[in-house]
Design a protein around this ligand. Structure first.
Ligand code: FAD
Length: 368
C-alpha cells in the first residue's frame, strides 16, 4: 500500500519536496496550494518593474503523478493526521511536509500597513504593481530596507527609468562583506538611486516618510522590504513554534510536536541556529525533508541536515549583479563577482531553483 504524503505549500521548498517524493514508487503525493501558479518569489522585484512574469502553472513544474489541490490550509490537526482547508475538506496524511513560506513583516513602522506596499508575496506584489502604474512621470519611489531584497528592488526599478528611486536603510547590504557593500553602493549610485543610510524609518503617511533622526522625506510611494515573517499556520494549529511563529524542527527537519510532520523553507526554524530565509536554504531543505520522510517509511534513521551555503546572489538590474561568496555556514568571504558575468550567473541561479528535487543529467541532485 502506498503512503500518503501531503505537501502544504507550493513554493520553492514545497515543489522540491514534492518532486523528490514523487520519484519513490511507494508514495502518493498531494500538493496543497492556494493558487494554481508557482510564484517565483525571487523574481517579484522583476514582476513589479515589468521585467519578468514571475509565475508559471504549478502543473508545469511538477511530475504528473503529483496530485494538486487548489485550496488554503486553515488548520493542521496533528493528532488525527489531517489538514482542514478553506473549502471545508479534510485531507488525511501519513506524513505532512509543512512549507507555507513567509510574507513581508512591516509591523515595526507606524502607518506602513495603510500607506506602503511590499513585495513579499504575489498578492503583495500585485498591489505594488497597481500603485506603481498609477504614479505620475518622474515620481519618487522610496524603498525602505537595504537588505538583499531592497537592493534588488531599488536597482530594478531605477533601471526602468520610469521613476526616481531612493533607498532608506540602516546598514546597506548588512549580510555582505565590506567589498560587497561597497560594490552594491557603487552600482546603485550608477543607476541613479539615492541612498539614505544609517537611519531607521519610524512612520509612513500618505505622502511623507519620517526618519528616526526627525527628518521628513516626501515620497509618492513607499515600498517596504524590511523583513519577512513566517506563516502563522503552525502557531494557530497548536504546533510548537519559535517567538516569530516558525514551526520548530529538529536537525532532521522533523517537527518537535509531531513525528509525522516535517518542515522546510521560510516557515520553519531549526532550533537555536536558524537558517537564513532564502531559496538557497528552502530548495535543499525541501529535498532533505522529503528524504527524511522516505527514510522513516523505510524504517531507517533520518539524517541530520548539514548546511552547505555557497553565497548570496543579488541582481542589480538586468545587466549587473553581485555574487557574494560565503563559507558553508553562510559567513560572507571577501570574494565577490560582479558585472555581466555575475548577471548571467544570477539568472542561472534563478532557473536552477526550479530543478530542486529532480535528478540532473548525471542522475544526481544537489542536496545539503
Ligand atoms: C523580491 C524577492 C527577492 C528574493 N531574492 C532571493 C534571492 O535572490 N535568493 C534567495 O535565496 N532568496 C530570495 N528571496 C527569498 C525567497 O524567495 C524565500 O526565502 C523563498 O521563497 C522561501 O521558500 P518557501 O518555499 O519557504 O516559501 P514560498 O516560496 O513563499 O512558498 C510558500 C508557498 O506556500 C503557499 N501557502 C502559504 N500559506 C498556505 C496555506 N495556508 N495553505 C497552503 N499553501 C500555503 C504560498 O502560497 C506559496 O505558494 C527573495 C524574496 C523576495 C520577495
Amino acid at each position: 500500500m502506498k503512503a500518503d504524503v501531503v505537501v502544504l505549500g507550493g513554493g520553492y521548498a514545497g515543489i522540491s519536496a514534492a518532486k523528490r517524493l514523487a520519484r519513490h514508487p511507494g508514495v502518493r503525493v498531494t500538493l496543497l496550494n492556494p493558487g494554481t501558479d508557482f510564484v517565483e518569489r525571487i523574481r517579484l522585484h522583476q514582476y513589479i518593474a515589468g521585467t519578468h512574469r514571475a509565475h508559471r502553472p504549478l502543473r508545469s513544474v511538477l511530475p504528473d503523478t503529483v496530485r494538486i489541490v487548489t485550496a488554503t490550509a486553515q488548520v493542521i490537526d496533528a493528532r488525527h493526521h489531517h489538514v482542514r482547508t478553506d473549502s471545508g475538506d479534510e485531507i488525511g496524511y501519513d506524513h505532512l511536509v509543512y512549507a507555507p513560506g513567509s510574507h513581508t513583516d512591516d509591523t515595526g513602522i507606524a502607518g506602513a500597513a495603510e500607506h506602503a506596499v511590499s513585495l513579499g508575496t504575489r498578492a503583495e506584489a500585485d498591489r505594488a504593481r497597481l500603485r506603481l502604474a498609477d504614479l505620475p512621470a518622474c515620481a519618487t519611489v522610496t524603498v525602505i530596507g537595504g537588505g538583499l531584497t531592497g537592493i534588488e528592488t531599488a536597482a530594478e526599478l531605477a533601471e526602468t527609468g520610469a521613476v526616481r528611486v531612493r533607498l532608506v536603510t540602516g546598514e546597506l547590504g548588512h549580510s555582505l562583506s565590506a567589498q560587497g557593500r561597497v560594490r552594491a553602493r557603487t552600482a546603485l549610485a550608477a543607476l541613479g538611486v539615492t541612498v539614505v543610510d544609517q537611519v531607521a524609518v519610524t512612520a509612513i503617511a500618505q505622502d511623507k516618510i519620517t526618519l528616526a533622526d526627525g527628518t521628513v522625506l516626501d515620497a509618492d510611494l513607499a515600498i517596504t522590504t524590511t523583513a519577512f515573517a513566517p506563516s502563522d499556520l503552525a502557531r494557530s494549529s497548536g504546533l510548537e513554534v519559535d517567538a516569530a511563529g516558525a514551526m520548530l524542527v529538529d536537525d532532521t527537519l522533523v517537527s518537535t510536536t509531531s513525528p509525522n510532520i516535517v518542515g522546510a523553507g521560510d516557515a520553519v526554524a531549526l532550533g537555536t541556529n536558524p537558517l537564513r530565509m532564502s531559496c538557497q536554504a528552502a530548495v535543499p531543505c525541501g529535498v532533505h525533508a522529503a528524504e527524511t520522510v522516505l527514510r522513516v517509511l523505510a524504517g531507517r534513521e533520518p539524517k541530520p541536515l548539514r548546511r552547505k551555503y555557497i553565497g548570496q546572489s543579488v541582481s542589480l538590474g538586468r545587466r549587473d549583479a553581485l555574487i557574494q561568496f560565503s563559507d558553508l555556514t553562510d559567513r560572507p568571504l571577501p570574494a565577490v563577482l560582479t558585472g555581466r558575468t555575475a548577471a548571467l550567473l544570477k539568472e542561472q541561479v534563478c532557473r536552477a531553483t526550479l530543478r530542486g528535487g529532480q535528478l540532473g543529467p548525471l542522475r544526481t541532485s544537489w542536496t545539503w
